[in-house]
Design a binder for this molecule. Sequence first.
Ligand code: 6GU
Length: 248
Amino acid sequence: MNFYVMTLFPEMIRQGVGTSITGRAIERGLIDVQAVDIRDYSKDKYRHVDDYPYGGGAGMVMQPGPIYDCYQDIVKHMERPPRVVYMTPQGRVFSQEIAEELSREENLIFLCGHYEGVDERILEEIVTDHVSIGDYVLTGGELPAMVMIDAISRLVPGVLSNETSAQFESFQDGLLEYPQYTRPEEFHGKRVPEVLLSGHHANIERWRRQKSLERTLRRRPELLEHAALDKKDREYLDILINSSNNKE
Ligand code: 6GU
């Protein structure tokens, strides 16, 4: 899978994705990340890529020309135009579902804005998806692009060492992950739950499922609306809800 990031801060992208699991995936040729400097497409001797907003107002706006030339340079060797994701707090909020959808693409381009924004005409011309990573304001689209590349890359076959581990983490079946423990058996007076030491796999599975349900109910109850729950799950949730009502 090939990621292209159009940015004013290519080093930030290279440093960010070049480390840890995404870094290893790049070395192994499972993904490729090209950070392309929009400034290289400026026609100006000072390498300007922004100008004052028409109509006045604070800040600067990124000009359409350098972004267009940068885009053309990226897509020139492609058979069909790829999806182009513009990182903006005005976009659709990124989710595991969007990560899964985008992980099926061969090529993806991210456009990172800076300053007060990007000339609307280039957005209309090349952008296919407007995506936000949450309701807060950031200084630029680079961190969001790295967040998305990370979330998408770990879904690419082979990127995680244990092929199955992407399936068993948070949000599987729409529930939060159960708690994990490792050695020592006792830490600061707290023992590892006995069931995990028992070697009884069916009991361990049931305990973990119950902890996932409990955690999701306490921390992110809205996730339960869309979670894949069976009859036993629903019965256990009823017990949890009733026992906490009784305490009040
Ligand atoms: Cl995707 N981009 C920017 N610039 N700011 C954000 C964001 C994205 N998501 C939240 N804030």
